[in-house]
Every structure is written in structure tokens, then in C-alpha cells.
Design a protein around this ligand. Structure first.
Ligand SMILES: CC(=O)[C@@H](O)[C@H](O)COP(=O)(O)O
Ligand SMILES: NCC(=O)COP(=O)(O)O
Length: 238
């Protein structure tokens, strides 16, 4: 079964827009779990444009499914994750000013750094995942970092799907998933997945443990309602 972890960054974006607490992020997270969501993902960026570091601390107290914290492992992020101890940490090589995640790790070039960071988190019982492109060399090198899982960066698939080229778009991901499974890595995926493209991805990519979905899900919920959309994703992931 592929789990749905809902990224609530964009709920925090809306909350921050007025400086108040509406929508209430913690209530939204609890409601998403009550609707059937199997995890909550957050990506606290250094400028705290949406998720704040305090949100991570508060969510840890109330999330009962799984809490996944994503981010670039700069020292402030490492300290937060070690303090909060989420179920999973996903390392993303984002530049501080990136408008959103836009690349996977070069696991060959950054092998020693990733090994150290992953060891630090695993020694605290935190499951680790690293954000990678669907590149067999990067995937194989990811295994050498000691990470538990990889998260396949799915923007290229979503773009291909939107251009009616889904078969070509998904092929590298199916290959990368097979390679990852062969070297003992768990497989997550995310970025730009949507109600339109997620079912074909799930059907085409083997051993998929979890997808984390946020931007499209929140946008779709504006029209169809959060509870309805969460269940539409769950039905597509069966
Ligand atoms: C790693 C990943 O793809 C998501 O965390 C994405 O970066 C969401 O971040 P934003 O919500 O800031 O776009
Ligand atoms: N890791 C991907 C994620 O958490 C959400 O990405 P998106 O659905 O907001 O593009």
C-alpha cells in the first residue's frame, strides 16, 4: 500500500497571510488525519515563509500518524529535527531563496556529508529519506549514504504528464524504483503530484511506500473540499 502524507505548507501560507491563526494549522493536520491522511509533511524553510519552526514543535505533540519534516540540512534545520524527533526526515538540497524544491541530491558529490547527517538522525531513531532525481547512478550512490529511503523528485513526471507524454515521463521513475529496491532502499515520491497524475504514477512505479503531496492537494481542496480530496487521493493510491 502507498501511504499518503499530506504536505500542509500551503495551509501555513494562508494562515500567515493575515498574521493570525486562521486557518488553524494544528486543527487542519488533525482533521486531515481524521479524513484518512496517513502522514503529515512539512517543509520549514529558513525564511519560515509558510511553516514556522514552532509549527514543527507543536505538530509533533498532536500528529498521530507520521510526521515527516523536509528540508536542507543546515545546522538550524538539524537542530530542529533533533529536538522534534519526527518519524521521518527528508533531506532536500534547496537553496535558501528557492521558490520551491527544484533538484535532487548529487549523492556522489555529497556522499560524505550525507553519510554524516544521516548517521546523526538514524542514531536518534529518526527514519531518513533523501530527495533524488530518477537517476540510477544517484539512486545507487544514495544507498552508500546509509539512508533508509529515497524520495523520487517527481516534477519531471508531472510535466511530462501535462504534455501527454506520461509513458516517457514515468519510465525513469520505474527504473529508479527497481534499482532502489535492489539495493535495499525504501521508495517515497513527491513534488507536483496531483489528482490527475498520481494514479498512473502509482500503477507504474513499483515498491512505492509513500507519496507526499501538498500544493496541488490544497488547490484542489479549494474547489472540492479537503475531506473529499484526501479521500480521492486515497482511492487513487489503493
Ligand atoms: C521537497 C518537496 O518537493 C516539497 O517539500 C516542496 O518543496 C514543497 O515546498 P513548498 O511548499 O515550499 O513549495
Ligand atoms: N516532498 C513533496 C511534498 O512534500 C509536496 O510537494 P508538492 O505536492 O507541494 O509539490
Amino acid at each position: 500500500m502507498t501511504k499518503l502524507s499530506v504536505n500542509i505548507n500551503k495551509i501555513a501560507t494562508l494562515r500567515n497571510a493575515r498574521g493570525g491563526n486562521l486557518p488553524n494549522l494544528l486543527k487542519s493536520a488533525k482533521d486531515i488525519e481524521d479524513f484518512g491522511g496517513q502522514g503529515i509533511t512539512i517543509h520549514p524553510r529558513p525564511d519560515e515563509r509558510h511553516i514556522r519552526y514552532q509549527d514543527a514543535r507543536d505538530l509533533k505533540k498532536i500528529v498521530t500518524t507520521e510526521l515527516n519534516i523536509e528540508g536542507n540540512p543546515v545546522s538550524k534545520f538539524i537542530d530542529l529535527v533533533l529536538e522534534v524527533k519526527p518519524d521521518q526526515v527528508t533531506l532536500v538540497p534547496d537553496a535558501e531563496d528557492a521558490i520551491t524544491s527544484n533538484a535532487g541530491w548529487d549523492t556522489i558529490k555529497h556522499l560524505d556529508f550525507l553519510k554524516d547527517v544521516i548517521e546523526t538522525f538514524k542514531s536518534e531513531g529518526i527514519r531518513t529519506s533523501i530527495f533524488v532525481d530518477p537517476d540510477n547512478e544517484m539512486v545507487k550512490a544514495a544507498a552508500d549514504t546509509g539512508t533508509d529511503r529515497i524520495e523520487l523528485y517527481t516534477e519531471s513526471y508531472a510535466l511530462a504528464y501535462s504534455k501527454n507524454d506520461k509513458e516517457a515521463g514515468v519510465a525513469p521513475f520505474a527504473e529508479a524504483a527497481k534499482s532502489a529496491h535492489e539495493v535495499g532502499l525504501g521508495i517515497n515520491a513527491g513534488h507536483d503530484l496531483s489528482l490527475e497524475n498520481v494514479k498512473y504514477f502509482k500503477e507504474s512505479v513499483p515498491h512505492l511506500l509513500e507519496v507526499s503531496i501538498g500544493h496541488a492537494l490544497i488547490c484542489e481542496s479549494l474547489y472540492m473540499g479537503l475531506e473529499n480530496v484526501v479521500n480521492m487521493y486515497l482511492n487513487r493510491l489503493k
